[in-house]
Design a binder for this molecule. Structure first.
Ligand SMILES: [Zn+2]
Ligand SMILES: [Zn+2]
Length: 328
């Protein structure tokens, strides 16, 4: 099998040929990878901003593939099933968070492509309990971004609550999916890109944004909620300033540059500032049922598996429209 391997942070991934495929444990399945999305979180891992990866590591947590072997205790999946593997790879099912329906916050969670080897490979293993069936309407490449960009975007949108005017700060993989869901729900979308990114603004308008501009601009109307997908802490006070009384600002990324200090009056009047962490399996089930109804269409740019470094570089430079996807 082939895998793209991270030996240490801030190094390029290395293509490794392995004689032996990974062996599935009792509740695990061996999956032939057909597509794996490249998420901004992968960049945070490779760049050393997330500091506790297993090493060496095979990144990648937006995996679409086919089950080719199953451990002895596997009950839900069988050989030939097409599955998606998301970021949440395992939880203990026993901590206070798990037993209160918040397994996304599990004290002992393991994450695909971070503390478990992921999908930048042609074979991978995953715990069957954390895999999702992929809606048949989607091709493998199209489906890959649903597994993190889609899920996290959906959870962020949900946590923003009932909001008519929703700001999207950063219009990449997650926003381009969440915007379609928002529009489907009758919400109005205001898209903020890097200043001067006319192509990104045009892309946002093509997905139904009623306004698109630079993140240094004020929207033409106050926002009822704002979702921050760009990992830029300075956008927090900007988003609060653009939001109405009682509005929510939801930070959807796993890592962000420091939030600068800001006057309390930006938070005053019951504005809510919160983050979104990970996903629950319930989020995944809900979103996978909703996506084909919208229907969510994903915009993707494919790269061969061996060009994972190039895909990460393109994402780092903001040069990917929609989502980058690796194809073995
Ligand atoms: Zn737990
Ligand atoms: Zn992700």
């Amino acid at each position: 099998m082939r895998a793209m391997v991270l030996d240490a942070p801030r190094r390029k991934l290395r293509l490794e040929e392995r004689a032996r495929p990974p062996a599935p444990g009792p509740r695990e399945v061996l999956i032939r990878v057909q597509a794996c999305g490249v998420c901004r979180t992968d960049l945070h891992v490779v760049d050393g901003e997330l500091t506790a990866p297993k090493l060496p590591l095979v990144p990648g947590h937006e995996i679409v593939g086919t089950v080719i072997a199953a451990g002895r205790a596997v009950a839900r999946l069988k050989t030939g099933d097409r599955v998606g593997v998301p970021w949440l790879g395992w939880t203990d099912g026993a901590c206070a968070y798990c037993v209160s329906g918040r397994e996304n916050l599990c004290d002992h969670a393991r994450f695909t492509g971070y503390t478990i080897d992921g999908g930048y490979a042609d074979l991978t293993v995953a715990d069957e309990r954390y895999c999702f069936p992929i809606p048949p309407a989607y091709g493998d490449v199209e489906a890959a971004p649903l597994l993190c960009a889609g899920l996290i975007g959906y959870r962020a949108l949900k946590l923003a609550g009932a909001a008519e005017r929703v700001g999207f700060y950063g219009f990449g993989a997650a926003a381009h999916i969440a915007a379609q869901v928002a529009r489907h729900q009758g919400q109005r979308i205001f898209a903020f890109t890097r200043p001067g990114d006319k192509a990104g603004q045009e892309f946002a308008r093509s997905l139904g944004a009623v306004w698109a501009g630079g993140s240094d601009e004020a929207p033409p109307e106050a926002l009822d909620a704002a979702l921050l997908f760009a990992p830029v802490g300075a956008l927090v006070p900007a988003a609060l300033a653009a939001t109405v009384k009682g509005g929510s600002v939801v930070c959807a990324g796993i890592h962000m540059s420091d939030v600068p200090s800001f006057p309390y009056r930006l938070l005053w009047e019951e504005r809510v500032l919160r983050s979104v962490a990970n996903l629950t399996r319930a989020d995944g089930d809900e979103f996978m049922a909703l996506a084909p109804q919208v229907p969510v269409r994903t915009t993707t740019t494919t790269f061969p598996l061996a060009q994972a470094n190039e895909a990460l570089a393109a994402l780092r430079e903001g040069k990917v429209e929609g989502a980058a996807v690796l194809v073995p």
